[in-house]
Design a protein around this ligand. Structure first.
Ligand SMILES: *[C@@H]1O[C@H](CO)[C@@H](O)[C@H](O)[C@H]1NC(C)=O
Ligand SMILES: *[C@@H]1O[C@H](CO)[C@@H](O)[C@H](O)[C@H]1NC(C)=O
Ligand SMILES: *[C@@H]1O[C@H](CO)[C@@H](O)[C@H](O)[C@H]1NC(C)=O
Ligand SMILES: *[C@@H]1O[C@H](CO)[C@@H](O)[C@H](O)[C@H]1NC(C)=O
Ligand SMILES: *[C@@H]1O[C@H](CO)[C@@H](O)[C@H](O)[C@H]1NC(C)=O
Ligand SMILES: *[C@@H]1O[C@H](CO)[C@@H](O)[C@H](O)[C@H]1NC(C)=O
Length: 275
């Protein structure tokens, strides 16, 4: 736990990842996404029994709320609001036409029990887990085959409590590849914005086989000695491209571990500041 106290790596990124055809016109894409942000229906995770005390496990509450919101998908979609508090949870999955919105003082906290992160199939293009043979732990917030999803907050926090995963990695007691904070597979039209991500077990944000993913105004933090805590790793698609819109600051870090996968790092211009 002591290592999590020293949050020395800071990554602030305003970026667009997506197909080159619309990446050339980020303004129009943003406007298009912006106009679709209104959801006619909204519920709070507390309506499904969640308790924001940092102790109660809320996986079922998140799953039940999202299951309930299925019925609004063809009615303009819905918002799941996470109010101020500390919301401990295992992995849960999103649906299409959903906004997951965190209050500025909301912290979604990943469980430190690996069994709360189910093991899923390896990615087809990897054929095995990235670190170990076989499956891999599902990300804290997972999405597959989705469209029109927004994950946002007034700089609310998603905390993976990764230190326990880094220990398992370092002492070779992992059974499966470590999970991400957010992984989206086969998805299109995703916005991740106005959030802080801390202490991911592994890479923080992993869009794979996706298109039209916008990651904007997020802060990603992890200690410098944490293994493979990359910020954003766009992956496995010929159609994905990263365009750095504004700025990126890395403070006192091992660049290859906080930033992008090696392939994509070359596309960005990096401003590195050490203190
Ligand atoms: C998701 O999309 C992929 C690729 O198109 C497809 O192979 C897979 O069967 C889909 N999964 C579901 C659950 O629809
Ligand atoms: C980024 O997020 C902060 C905190 O929520 C907010 O004050 C700021 O306006 C946002 N900037 C953009 C470009 O969205
Ligand atoms: C969001 O919160 C993080 C962590 O407290 C902070 O480092 C960052 O500057 C904040 N971002 C914005 C845009 O306010
Ligand atoms: C490995 O790390 C975990 C998590 O901190 C700890 O519970 C476990 O005892 C460690 N195992 C060994 C063999 O060091
Ligand atoms: C690995 O599997 C063993 C045996 O099932 C289990 O006791 C242990 O908790 C698992 N380790 C992790 C990190 O999940
Ligand atoms: C992000 O925050 C900015 C500033 O508060 C706001 O204008 C924008 O609408 C927010 N984005 C989303 C998707 O809520």
């Amino acid at each position: 736990m002591k290592r999590s106290a020293a949050l020395l790596e800071i990554l602030m990124i305003l970026a667009i990842i997506g197909q080159s055809s619309w990446a050339a016109l980020p303004g129009s894409y943003c406007k298009e996404m912006g106009s679709s942000t209104y959801r006619p229906h909204s519920v709070s995770v507390t309506e499904f029994g969640a308790v924001g005390d940092g102790i109660t496990l809320n996986t079922k509450a998140f799953q039940n709320a999202i299951f309930y919101l299925h019925s609004f998908a063809d009615k303009g979609g819905a918002q799941l609001f996470v109010p101020a508090g500390k919301w401990l949870t295992g992995s849960f999955s999103l649906i299409s036409h959903l906004t997951l919105s965190l209050d500025k003082d909301a912290v979604i906290i990943g469980s430190m029990d690996s069994s709360d992160w189910p093991v899923i199939d390896p990615l087809p293009s990897y054929g095995r887990g990235r670190e170990l043979p076989g499956g891999r732990h599902q990300s804290l917030i997972h999405g597959s085959n989705l469209t029109d999803v927004i994950i946002t907050g007034g700089n609310g926090t998603i905390d993976g409590q990764g230190c326990v995963w880094w220990d398992w990695f370092n002492n070779h007691t992992l059974n499966y590849t470590r999970p991400h904070l957010i992984e989206l597979m086969y998805s299109k039209g995703v916005v991740i914005t106005n959030l802080t991500f801390i202490n991911s077990p592994f890479w923080a944000i992993h869009p794979v086989y996706c298109s039209q993913v916008l990651v904007q105004n997020v802060t990603i933090l992890a200690p410098p000695d944490s293994p493979n805590t990359d910020g954003i790793d766009p992956d496995s698609s010929d159609n994905l491209r990263l365009v750095l819109l504004s700025f990126l600051i890395i403070i006192s870090c091992k660049e290859h571990e906080v930033f992008l996968s090696r392939d994509h790092a070359a596309l960005a211009s990096i401003l590195a500041i050490e203190f």
